[in-house]
Design a protein around this ligand. Structure first.
Ligand code: MAN
Length: 353
């Protein structure tokens, strides 16, 4: 696969972003949703901020307080045996089965704009910020789908009661309508197709099941973009391969002559995140026609291998111009990068099922 990584990569790093909260530092500007609006490329950045800690024995957890509308900061001592701090992203209670009790940073969405898709200007204020009890640990990993003149933005809403997928919509990136949580916990990686297929809207989603099953990709349909049904399991993990640990939708599906091309992320059980592709039936996207046996992109550049959480390439959106796929992607849970790939080359690389 020929991959052209932009020379300016990483395009946006935490150092380019001024913290919104006093006494905080920006540790991530990554996993951005992508849109084109008014002749500009918009990146809806996931900004992760954490309270500065001068004492290495103290780990802090920021939590949005719906009453005061400010952040509470909880403190944990690293020698407290009730907690496990080995994953820098989370604070885990060793006596509970949940994968975490608190997050070490709080994420929200901030806008960056660009005329050329390479050099971005980052706005000072959040674009979408936690506002309700289902978002007290933050909002993450937005995906933007444009349908006619409306942009639908999905994001993970994280709180002590679970992680679900909520939606806001806008026509101008100034005024937003909050539609609430659309896919209940635990669910992530929701993105909706950019047009109706056979009279229905379609969405990809990724439930994390606790009884049986794995973090895998599902597809659902809707008449109105709010109520979803006819859920079907779309694609599963593949033992021994690059997507053996977890998978989830990435960019908004691209309509091609051969079918719907979905760029998705797959991770191993050791959390190495790569990007691959699925080709879905043009008239029934619940049918997988072909899939990448090898990743179309894997963490290779230094900025992809090293960072807050290394060995991660994670795309939430791509722009397609002719045969060129401009894939914007988060690197190492830290920064944003972009790479160009050939659409026909991706299609030719897939293994037919
Ligand atoms: C995982 C990672 C983190 C994220 C949490 C909650 O641990 O994806 O980046 O904050 O889940 O969604």
């Amino acid at each position: 696969m020929n991959i052209y990584r932009y020379e300016e990569n990483p395009l946006i790093t935490p150092a380019d972003v001024k913290p919104y909260h006093e006494g905080f530092e920006v540790i991530g500007a990554f996993n951005a949703g992508v849109a084109e609006y008014n002749g500009e490329v918009l990146l809806l950045l996931r900004i992760a901020e954490r309270p500065v800690s001068s004492d290495p024995r103290i780990v802090k957890a920021p939590v949005y307080n719906t009453r005061t509308r400010e952040l509470d900061i909880l403190e944990f001592r690293t020698d407290d045996e009730r907690y496990d701090f080995s994953d820098p992203r989370v604070i885990r209670n060793v006596h509970q089965s949940a994968s975490f009790e608190y997050l070490t940073s709080l994420s929200y969405i901030r806008l960056a704009r660009s005329k050329d898709g390479h050099r971005f200007t980052i706005e000072d204020q959040p674009l979408v910020y936690p506002a309700q009890c289902l978002e007290t640990f933050g909002i993450e990993d937005p995906r933007v789908t444009q349908i006619e003149d409306t942009y639908y933005i999905y994001f993970s809403a994280v709180s002590p009661v679970g992680i679900g997928e909520s939606m806001v919509s806008t026509k101008d990136f100034v005024t937003f309508t909050h539609h609430g949580m659309i896919f209940g916990p635990d669910n992530k990686d929701v993105l909706i197709f950019p047009e109706k297929i056979g009279g229905k809207y379609y969405a990809l989603h990724r439930p994390t099941t606790k009884s049986t099953g794995n973090p895998e990709m599902w597809i659902a349909e809707s008449d109105n973009l709010v109520y979803w049904g006819n859920h079907k399991h779309l694609a599963g993990l593949r033992e021994g391969m690059w997507d053996s640990g977890r998978i989830g939708g990435g960019a908004v599906p691209i309509r091609t002559e051969k079918g719907w091309l979905e760029l998705y992320h797959g991770a191993t059980k050791e959390h190495r995140y790569c990007m691959g592709a699925l080709l879905l039936d043009p008239n029934d996207p619940s049918k997988v026609i072909a899939r990448s046996s090898r990743p179309i992109m894997e963490p290779e550049a230094d900025y992809e291998k090293n960072g807050f959480f290394g060995d991660v390439v994670f795309s939430c959106g791509a722009l397609v111009h002719g045969d060129v796929v401009k894939m914007y992607y988060g690197v190492a849970d830290t920064s944003m990068a972009c790479a160009e790939l050939s659409l026909s080359e991706i299609l030719d690389s897939l293994a037919y099922e």
